[in-house]
Design a protein around this ligand. Structure first.
Ligand SMILES: *Cc1c(COP(=O)(O)O)cnc(C)c1O
Length: 424
């Protein structure tokens, strides 16, 4: 499609957008004049669904009414609350219902999964990850290595872009895996890099890892709800994600895990167990000797954090009502439109270069490398009602979320950034 940088064109795209009404299901931070801010940080914290307080109130009321009996008598009994997530999570992650579980928090889940899936042996003891992984992931990987008496300096292999380039070449990733297959015990990479917005070739990485006998796990914090995932079909061993970015479930809300069915009944895997990981019929037996439930359920530890899950459930239902396929189609258009607008601004303004460092293989996010007065420009657009994200030393991350952002948002963002350029 030939895009145009004007308001009528943007409105036209909104008029033909099947998902345009989903915007009304979310609460936007407001400008001083009461209009919505241009909210482009769904990659960091997704917006609150309008019905979140209602969903939460149901559980608070049932708690007030039933006390402990709410475990079985609440409208959504808390004892089996987590089971409601199997279907929507399976849909979003491209998994079987037995392969997913809503639980815990992202970094903690990564640790629990690595207890099972990182098994360094002799020379085959290294972890392969991307350079500039999200700090929490770096810390998690470092500390796992140290736990086994390994040396992060040596045993954490990082994939770096080539000199002078901003993102990884897919062939380089695969070649590195082939070249070091004898040393790599586990690949743990972000499905979409939080900084550059690059979507990794997860399918190809997983296929190669399977072929070479390397365990492969993905951190899907920036991928879940944002890009197409087929974790089961790709043969990914394990994955973890958080729910508060593109999945709109609220700050620090309950996270989730994927464990491939090929490991569903493998009792030889080490795991740090808890009572919620036992089959539901055994849970109150309080027997000695842990027997895991089938599949991802067997990695659960604690009873369901129902208050967080109430919003998570609502948010996933909205997501599934919109449908992954429609969301992905809109996401491609919306991000392409943003890409077009940024290039149009650079072309028309001498000395302005809004350099996009995100490759074509991406989700909703574009990362712009700023030069000169980048921070000042960022501050200006923030004052004008844009919510974007500044990452040191000089990158602005913007992510129009297809569930609630419009083409008009993208146009307005362009207009405000152009105003700011003139002022700075
Ligand atoms: C957002 C994000 C996290 C955050 O971890 P929490 O445990 O939820 O605080 C971790 N890793 C990546 C890649 C992220 O994008």
């Amino acid at each position: 499609m030939e895009f145009q940088n004007n308001i009528d064109f943007a409105k036209g795209l909104d008029a033909s957008d099947e998902l345009r009404d989903f915007r009304n299901e979310f609460l936007f931070p407001k400008k001083e004049d009461g209009s919505n801010k241009v909210y482009f940080t769904g990659n960091s914290l997704g917006l609150q669904p309008k019905d979140a307080s209602k969903a939460l109130q149901i559980e608070l009321d049932d708690w007030a009414t039933f006390g402990v009996d709410g475990h079985f008598e609440a409208r959504h009994p808390w004892f089996s609350y987590h089971e409601m997530f199997r279907k929507p999570l399976a849909e979003i992650m491209g998994a079987k219902e037995t392969e997913v579980a809503a639980m815990g928090s992202l970094t903690a889940n990564l640790h629990f999964l690595m207890v099972s899936f990182f098994n360094p042996k002799g020379k085959k003891c290294k972890i392969l990850c991307e350079a500039k992984a999200f700090p929490s992931d770096q810390y998690a990987l470092e500390s796992q290595l140290k736990h086994y008496g390994l040396d992060p300096q040596k045993d954490l292999m990082e994939l770096h872009p080539r000199e002078g380039e901003n993102y990884l070449r897919e062939d380089d990733i695969l070649q590195t895996i082939k070249d070091h297959a004898e040393e790599i015990a586990m690949i743990m990479i972000g499905g979409v890099n939080y900084y550059t917005g690059q979507k990794m070739p997860m399918k190809e990485i997983a296929a190669l890892a399977n072929e070479l006998g390397i365990i492969v796990g993905f951190d899907l914090a920036h991928a879940s709800g944002n890009v197409e995932l087929k974790l089961h079909e790709w043969g990914v061993d394990f994955a973890a994600w958080c729910s508060y970015k593109y999945l709109n479930s609220g700050p620090g809300s309950v996270a989730g895990i994927f464990v491939h069915d090929k490991h569903a009944q493998d009792e030889s895997l080490d795991r740090f167990a808890g009572w919620w990981g036992t089959p539901s019929e055994d849970r109150f037996m309080m027997r000695q000797g842990f027997k895991p439930a089938y599949g991802a359920d067997g990695w659960q530890l604690s009873n369901a954090p129902v208050l967080a899950m109430a919003v998570h459930k609502l948010a996933l239902d909205i997501h599934c009502k919109a449908g992954m396929e429609r969301l992905l189609n809109k996401q491609k258009m919306l991000t392409s439109y943003l890409d077009f607008i940024l290039k149009d601004i650079s072309n028309r303004n001498e000395g302005v270069d809004l350099k996009i460092i995100t490759p074509e293989s991406r989700g909703a996010q574009l990362s712009i490398l700023m030069s000169g007065k980048g921070k000042e420009l960022f501050n200006r657009i923030s004052e004008k009602g844009v919510v974007a994200d500044w990452r040191e030393p000089n990158v602005i991350r913007i992510a129009p979320a297809p569930l609630y952002n419009s083409f008009e948002d993208v146009f307005e963002f362009g207009k405000l950034i152009e105003e700011a350029i003139e002022e700075v």
